[in-house]
Structures are given as structure tokens and as C-alpha cells.
Write a protein that binds this ligand. Structure first.
Ligand code: SF4
Length: 261
């Protein structure tokens, strides 16, 4: 863990565990799994549940793809997740940097598995194509919550647009993954409806976790789900044919992604 932290600091790189105050930071670092946050720490959207900072977007470090690849090689990772804040300020939403980062990683570690966890790119097909051209092993985009809560907690995003992003990846022949959080005020019926929508696009991997407010200033936790409730929702997802479902209080889409691959 110390080595990874040192490497990140020296190269000015960010991981999601650090930036989003994820609950599993110790475990992921110990297993030498890490999710790299490219394109800066500042997001242009303002999701009410998210700990990522929301300020003016940072300037792009054009060397970042090479730096990320070097760190991953040095740490000997066999699986990595590349994600970013939402960069609506960039004409392609940062797609080119996703693609370059995947290409750089695969050029130094040909056997590594790379997952990209992308923003919605405002549904720009051209941007999604650029990312897919790098042939990631998993194409991931998080729905985060049920559609009725988007206006409240996920301003600037659009549920149908996010589903389209996932469908586009799936139709392109990629392994596709999404994640939702529970506890933001959704009803059970809404959760089941959302899972049905997810099944409609033939998702490969679904993660379901408990929303944990990063600070008191963030959106409050409306409900704490217990193990039986997670089990019931997982069973429902399996029963309608989703093949891989991981659910539980501390589950996050990038948490131990290698094990769910
Ligand atoms: S778009 Fe993503 S990174 Fe930005 S605030 Fe929302 S959840 Fe956080």
C-alpha cells in the first residue's frame, strides 16, 4: 500500500479509492488492485452522493497515459480499472485519453485485463467509439440509481442516455458492466424495474451496493439495507437472467473488479 501511494504521489496520479473516499481502500490496495482516475480530480457534474471534488476542471496532463501505464507495470497489476470524472468541457469528453491510456497499458503489459468505467460522454457515439477502439476487456458505466432519483441526486445525467451508453457497448460485442447504489430513497419496485431495464440491454455484470454518504454535507442515507434485502434483490436479478450479480453493503463497481471479471 505504501509503495502504491508513493508511486501515485510521485507521478501526480489519482485513484478512485482516494478521491471518492471509497470504503474498501485497504483491501484493494492490499490486493494490488487499483482504479485510476484520469483527467483530473475535478468533475463538471454535481452528483449529490459523490465525494469527487466539483470545481473548475484541471488542465490535461498529456503524459498521464504513459505515467499510468508505468505505475501499473511497476506494481505488477494483472487487472486495472481506468475511470474519469465527467469532462463535459472537452469536445470528446476525454475519450481520446481513455483510449490512449488503455493502449499504453497494453503496450507495456500485454496480458493485463483493463476495464474502462466511462462517463456518459453526453451520448456522443463518436466518443464511445474512440474508447471502444482500444478494445477494453470490460466496458463499464454506472447507472448509480433509479430513474426517478436522477433529477435529485444526479443532475446533468439522464437515465436513458446512460442505458444507451451501455447498450452501445454491448451491441459492439464488449463485456458490459454497471452498478447501482441503494439507500438514496428508491422503492423496491423501482429497484426491480431498474434491474429489468439493465437485463434488457443484456448486461454481463451488475454490482449493487449500499449508498454511504461521504460526509454530512452530501445527500443523506435514506435507508440502510440489510443482508436479506441485498439477497432478495440479488435473487431477483439472477431470476430474470442476469448472469453475474454482486451485491452487498460495501460493494462498489470497481471494488475487486478482477474477481468479478
Ligand atoms: S459524474 Fe461521476 S465523478 Fe462526477 S460527480 Fe457524478 S458520480 Fe461523481
Amino acid at each position: 500500500m505504501a509503495l502504491l501511494k508513493e508511486e501515485l504521489e510521485v507521478k501526480g496520479l489519482n485513484t478512485v479509492c482516494q478521491s471518492a473516499k471509497r470504503p474498501n481502500i485497504g483491501e484493494c490496495f492490499k490486493k494490488k488492485t487499483s482504479t485510476f482516475l484520469i483527467l483530473g480530480k475535478n468533475c463538471m457534474r454535481k452528483c449529490a452522493f459523490c465525494a469527487v471534488e466539483k470545481y473548475t476542471p484541471e488542465s490535461i496532463d498529456v503524459e498521464e497515459p504513459v505515467k499510468v501505464a508505468k505505475v501499473i507495470k511497476k506494481l505488477g497489476l494483472s487487472y486495472t480499472v481506468i475511470t474519469s470524472v465527467t469532462r463535459d468541457d472537452l469536445p470528446d469528453g476525454g475519450a481520446q485519453y481513455f483510449s490512449e491510456t488503455v493502449n499504453e497499458i497494453e503496450s507495456v503489459l500485454p496480458n493485463i485485463k483493463v476495464e474502462v468505467l466511462v462517463p456518459d460522454f453526453c451520448d456522443r457515439t463518436q466518443s464511445i467509439n474512440v474508447v471502444l477502439s482500444s478494445k477494453p476487456d470490460v466496458f463499464s458505466h454506472n447507472l448509480e440509481t433509479v430513474p426517478s432519483l436522477y433529477g435529485k441526486v444526479r443532475k446533468g445525467a439522464d437515465y436513458k442516455r446512460s442505458l444507451n451508453v451501455l447498450k452501445y457497448g454491448k451491441d459492439g460485442g464488449f463485456k458490459v458492466k454497471t452498478g447501482i447504489m441503494l439507500g438514496l430513497g428508491e422503492t423496491e419496485k423501482q429497484v426491480f424495474e431498474t434491474i429489468k431495464d439493465i437485463k434488457e440491454i443484456n448486461i454481463d455484470i451488475l454490482t449493487i451496493g449500499q449508498y454511504l454518504a461521504p460526509t454530512k454535507r452530501h445527500y443523506p442515507v435514506v435507508k440502510e439495507y440489510n443482508d436479506e434485502e441485498f439477497q432478495k434483490i440479488r435473487d431477483f436479478a439472477f431470476s430474470i437472467g442476469i448472469k453475474q450479480v454482486v451485491s452487498g453493503r460495501y460493494i462498489r463497481s470497481s471494488y475487486l473488479a478482477q474477481e468479478y471479471f
